[in-house]
Design a protein around this ligand. Structure first.
Ligand SMILES: [Zn+2]
Ligand SMILES: [Zn+2]
Ligand SMILES: [Zn+2]
Length: 394
């Protein structure tokens, strides 16, 4: 597909959020664009009069043109930085920048792909689309979640063909967003290994998007100026190399715990910190911990609350409940989760007595064995009884 770009200079138009994502520290490492910055600059001649003040107009113009980062190159730079900062050998302090840069890379590159398809779609209010405002970046664009939604809609309606499977707001991306927010507002507490493993699928997802769905079309869509192609292309082997190192590092860790997890697949759930299937529910008296990243969840029923990151006082009402009472031991300690043995299915575990239930009953909301209607035997019996009473009543 060619996916022609309707505007002449689409790469000049990062949205406002893109601009704010660029810290001063980011600016110097983006490929220098001095040559394009100088082109067409009609700077007034400096005054020759003695004692004349400097011409502020000149420096202001130069600065404005220096702040010119085409979204695709910008996104590649963010991604290259992220994968480098998240590398096994990078300083611990770099991890937080790796998270911030990965979030910026994901948002910038998914948005750039949507813009390559149709610039109107990146506007939060598309009915107000204005080409000049778009090129000036004077508009509100979607956040990552809504960008993904817009891309999925285009794919579903067959208006756009992508090789990358565009995720919904799936747990990995949500986890990335949560990590970013915690760094920005509260400070992160996960281990280095947990962070690296958690974001690895996102790094692959964004890199796949670049390789399969952006890079082949950057020239035909004018997303990258021909003069910038060499610079843009230089990012790809760097990202691939760093990503390979991180893959090897995480794979080695999995290999080192393989024997500990063997045979427990039906009781092994994913860790909330690192996202790996490495938390084995193996007895109420044992401190629950992740064998991959070392995160601990406490013991007894409290493990359930620790696992969901909540407590009985703050658990909210209908629809948001995460911990349910157990139909066997009656403790409020049942969580719905997938296991390593069947990652696509969910079952209900009691963290207090280790019972595996089919799920949560739709009536009594206890973890129990369920029938085809999603109800436990007791609740089914009550429904049948009340149905019989109604039929029998005059
Ligand atoms: Zn973990
Ligand atoms: Zn129980
Ligand atoms: Zn029930």
């Amino acid at each position: 597909m060619t996916d022609p770009h309707p505007t002449d200079t689409p790469s000049d138009v990062p949205g406002p959020e893109d601009a704010t994502a660029l810290s001063e520290a980011d600016a110097p490492a983006v490929p220098p664009l001095e040559s394009s910055a100088a082109e067409g600059t009609e700077e007034p001649a400096p005054s020759t009069s003695v004692g004349a003040l400097p011409m502020p107009v000149v420096s202001v113009q130069a600065e404005v043109k220096d702040f010119h980062f085409p979204p695709v190159i910008n996104g590649l730079d963010f991604l290259a930085r992220a994968v480098q900062e998240l590398a096994p050998e990078s300083p611990r302090a770099d991890l937080k920048y790796g998270i911030l840069h990965l979030q910026a890379a994901a948002e910038t590159l998914f948005k750039a792909r949507l813009e390559m398809h149709d610039p109107v779609l990146v506007w939060r209010s598309p009915e107000g689309f204005d080409k000049e405002k778009h090129q000036a970046g004077d508009f509100k664009s979607h956040d990552l979640e809504n960008t993904l939604r817009a891309l999925r809609k285009q794919v579903k309606e067959k208006a756009l063909n992508l090789h990358t499977s565009v995720p919904a707001w799936k747990p990995d991306l949500k986890a990335l967003s949560d990590l970013r927010n915690r760094i920005a507002h509260f400070g992160g507490r996960d281990t280095r290994l947990a962070v690296q493993a958690r974001v690895l699928p996102i790094l692959h997802l964004v890199f796949d998007l670049v390789r399969e769905d952006i890079w082949p079309y950057v020239l035909s869509s004018n997303a990258v100026h021909p003069g910038d192609m060499e610079t843009a292309g230089s990012y790809l082997p760097r990202i691939r190399r760093s990503l390979g190192k991180l893959d090897d590092f995480v794979a080695q860790r999995h290999e080192s715990i393989r024997a500990q997890l063997a045979g427990h697949e039906r009781s092994t759930i994913a860790c909330r910190a690192c996202g790996q299937f490495a938390v084995v529910l193996d007895g109420r008296m044992v401190d629950l911990k992740c064998h991959f990243c070392g995160k601990t969840y406490g013991s007894g029923a409290e493990r359930a609350w620790s696992y969901v990151g909540s407590d009985p006082l703050t658990q909210c009402g209908a629809g948001t409940r995460e911990v349910f009472p157990c139909g066997f031991c009656d403790e409020e300690a049942v969580i719905v989760a997938s296991t390593k043995a069947a990652p696509q299915k969910t079952i209900a575990f009691c963290f207090a007595c280790d019972t595996h239930h089919d799920g949560i009953c739709g009536d009594c909301e206890h973890g129990r064995s369920l029938n085809e209607f999603g109800l436990c035997d007791a609740c089914t019996g009550m429904r049948v009884g009340s149905f019989g009473e109604k039929r029998g009543s005059p």
